[in-house]
Design a binder for this molecule. Structure first.
Ligand code: PLP
Length: 412
């Protein structure tokens, strides 16, 4: 039986406990870091500084400033910080646009003529939607693969695959996928949105060549923070960005009539970057300085395990998305997962609304998924324990049945 005292003991031994104070205090228990990370104090100060000192005072001169302020080099500087988190060389990551747009740019650049685009069923909707658009634009077939379907023997040009499933948090075996993809001549574009900042990723070791990911989830870059795009240097040389805007040009301020792409992943930039958002993301990433991502991954798994173990001890039947693999034992912890727990319930929306009123903030994804995110940098083990107790209480008391909790908001 896991007690709150056990959770407190984990907190005492937590190698990442010094990071908690880097974050601005949130109200209640914030379990939505998988959707929108909370601000760090540094990111808020940086926003203020970028707006007041750079935008207001330096104005257009800030593009060329040295240090933090040089706006023109911000996408590359932020890219280098993210590169460390995903295990690739610093120049191979460009920061721009959204995941949706970056998926389009990479897939369009990679798709060989006559080959199909493949997406797994149940993939995050935008990944599928964007590939529907690209397939109809270029007249390529779109294959929907059933979960676990083998790739061997198929004529796939580009496969879109989440490294961590947005519902179950199941983590893909990147090296294995890459080995099979190479055998069939396909390119995998990894969606790292739910993996970056919580798994000890090593894309170079695993042979991954292309990836995209969110800046506003576990990287805490703020609402609508720019996304990132990874393209292995040796592959970049031959790829054409379909949105060949001036920021992807080798020398944008030469104003030459021809388009000459930058040599690295930088060629996937398109237009003027959103400097305020980029500055916030730049500062937010500092919280990862000195963090051993293996320790972050281990803590995320332990937080999830504390939550699930406390739920299991309650006697109430919770259906964990992706199976009952989360238990607090060694075998369960050896299974690599992302940092959120999905629980299936047909009234999940009302249950989440009821919890939010009690100060426990998770989210809901239609049709029946409640999600609770356990970001390792700003949560404690007692938070995971207390969140489980709140959920157990809401279920036992059936407080969620109050009709006001079923009134649908635009964003769930
Ligand atoms: C796996 C995954 N991919 C992509 C996105 C959204 O990407 P964007 O809004 O940056 O296009 C999300 C957002 O939650 C996501 O979970």
């Amino acid at each position: 039986m896991l007690t709150r005292a056990d959770a407190e003991a984990f907190d005492r031994d937590d190698p990442l406990k010094d990071r908690l104070s880097a974050f601005e205090r949130t109200r209640g228990l914030y379990l939505d870091g998988h959707s929108l990370g909370p601000p760090t104090r540094r990111a808020l100060l940086r926003l203020e500084r970028t707006a007041r000192e750079e935008w207001s005072e330096r104005l257009v001169g800030a593009w060329n400033d040295d240090g933090d302020g040089g706006w023109i080099d911000l996408p590359a500087r932020v890219g280098a910080k993210i590169a460390r988190l995903i295990g690739v060389p610093p120049d191979d990551v460009a920061v721009s646009d959204s995941v949706s747009v970056n998926l389009f740019k990479l897939a369009a650049a990679l798709l060989p003529p006559g080959k199909a685009i493949a997406v797994y069923e149940g993939e995050f909707p935008t990944d599928d939607y964007v590939m529907q658009g690209l397939a109809s634009l270029v007249g390529a077939p779109l294959i929907r693969l059933a979960s676990g379907a083998p790739l061997a023997g198929r004529t796939i040009g580009v496969l879109i695959k989440s490294a961590v499933d947005y519902r179950t948090a199941a983590a893909a075996d990147i090296a294995r996928f890459e080995a099979v993809a190479r055998e069939i001549g396909a390119f995998v574009i990894w969606d790292l949105s739910h993996a970056t900042g919580v798994l000890a990723l090593d894309l170079a070791r695993d042979g991954a060549r292309f990836a995209v990911g969110c800046g506003y989830k576990y990287l805490n870059g703020g609402p609508g923070a720019p996304a990132f795009l990874y393209c292995m240097r040796s592959e970049a040389e031959r790829l054409k960005n379909p949105i060949s805007g001036w920021f992807g040009h080798a020398a944008p301020f030469d104003f030459t009539p021809d388009y000459r792409p930058a040599p690295s992943a930088k060629r996937f930039l398109a237009g003027t970057p959103p400097i305020l958002s980029l500055a916030a993301l730049d500062a937010a990433l500092d919280v990862f300085d000195g963090v051993d991502m293996r320790a972050a991954e281990a803590k995320a798994q332990r937080l999830c395990a504390v939550f699930c173990t406390a739920l299991a001890a309650s006697g109430t039947d919770f259906e964990i998305a992706g199976g009952a693999a989360w238990r607090f034992d060694r075998a369960a912890l050896a299974i690599r997962r992302g940092a959120h727990v999905g629980i299936l319930h047909k009234d999940g929306y009302a249950i989440i609304r009821c919890l939010i009123e009690r100060g426990v903030m998770g989210d809901f994804r239609a049709p029946n998924l409640m999600r609770f995110g356990f970001s390792p940098l700003f949560l404690r083990h007692v938070d995971a324990f207390d969140a489980a107790q709140a959920l157990i209480d809401v279920m036992r008391s059936e407080a969620w049945r109050d009709p006001r909790f079923s009134v649908k908001e635009k964003v769930t």
